[in-house]
Design a protein around this ligand. Structure first.
Ligand code: DQA
Length: 142
């Protein structure tokens, strides 16, 4: 079974973007570690990034159509705004783990509300790139 790892807007800039907040690892660095970890766990990961909300909606539907084991979702800023992503997560049977590198609760007020959190199975945030590995470990047990 496959675990989808979906990343939203601006996460293609990881490593260059505000490294004091998001760390120095690039999305490719994170993807490499997830690939290694998935081989050890005997799982497949499908790691994607888009700056477009509709792509993320389509990929959530695809995860359901493929009966994916889980989705690990860092929706970036869409976390705080997207009713479409909220609805898509709610619409699918696949468990979704919300991940953030930073701890949004410790940042600006506008990051305090997540529209993903109430429909996610759980949320991992504040542990930088390690959060993705923690999420994959959790997803491997579903
Ligand atoms: C983020 C947190 C969001 O508030 C922000 O808009 C991002 C990244 C994180 O991983 O910490 O783009 O999802």
């Amino acid at each position: 079974k496959t675990i989808f790892v979906l990343n939203g807007p601006n996460l293609n800039l990881l490593g260059m973007r505000e490294p004091e907040i998001y760390g120095s690892d690039t999305l490719d660095d994170i993807a490499g570690r997830l690939e290694d970890q998935s081989h050890q766990l005997g799982l497949e990961v499908d790691i994607r990034q888009s700056n477009h909300e509709g792509h993320l909606v389509d990929w959530l539907h695809e995860a359901a159509a493929d009966a994916a084991q889980a989705v690990i979702l860092n929706a970036g800023a869409l976390t705080h705004t997207s009713i479409a992503l909220h609805d898509a997560v709610k619409a699918i049977d696949v468990p979704v783990i919300e991940v953030h590198l930073s701890n949004p609760a410790a940042r600006e007020e506008f990051r305090h509300k997540s529209l993903i959190a109430p429909v996610a199975k759980g949320t991992i945030c504040g542990f930088g790139a390690l959060g993705y590995q923690l999420a994959l470990d959790a997803a491997s047990k579903f």
